[in-house]
Design a protein around this ligand. Sequence first.
Ligand code: GRF
Length: 223
Amino acid sequence: MSAHAALPLAILISGRGSNMVAIAQACAQRRIDARVNHVICDQPEAAGIARAHELGLATSVIARARFADAAAFEAAMLRALDAQAHELVVLAGFMRILSPQFVARYPGQMLNIHPSLLPSYRGLNTHRRVLGAGDTHHGASVHFVTADLDSGPVVLQSRVAVLPGDTEQSLAGRVQASEHIIYPKVIGWRAQERLVFKEGRPWFDGEPLDEPMVEDFRAPEPP
Ligand code: GRF
């Protein structure tokens, strides 16, 4: 046991929740010094809610459809977030764009994972766009959230080779497997305070992080 309390997390999801599960398992297995206090989902049908329940996590569903507008929805999200202590808000497949006012509530306290080597391929359908462009590499980026979509400073990227014959599904599978490694890792660094956000940018091990760190994920050996 560490002398201090584990870093309390709120995780926001909209879908499958595989990153949420990877993070929760890293916490439960004490691979990172964090704990998931609350999983909040904006989609009542999301598979991730059942997965959170299986893991014994506290969940809230804040269905966007129940609110007249985005401001009312965000106010409800903030109430749900404020109901539990947390020091880091982790967006894990949360498919809504948050307003600058919402993001400003968590300066340097909100992370996101995006399935591309940012700044390339912001937005949706990244695997398809990478294949269409004939790129040799793809990957995922863990970044701090700022008011500009998919534009906050990147901490760590996974770099995944595109293989001959890759489909959207096969490529997505390898990129997502890499996400499940890099996202808990970054949260663990934050919990250890190796990663901090100050003066408007990330610092790692006492040095400003001007360029993302990159981890290469090798393609599996052919059988
Ligand atoms: C991930 O690919 C992530 O990069 C993107 O949304 C997907 C979420 O997947 N932001 P899951 O819900 O964590 O399985």
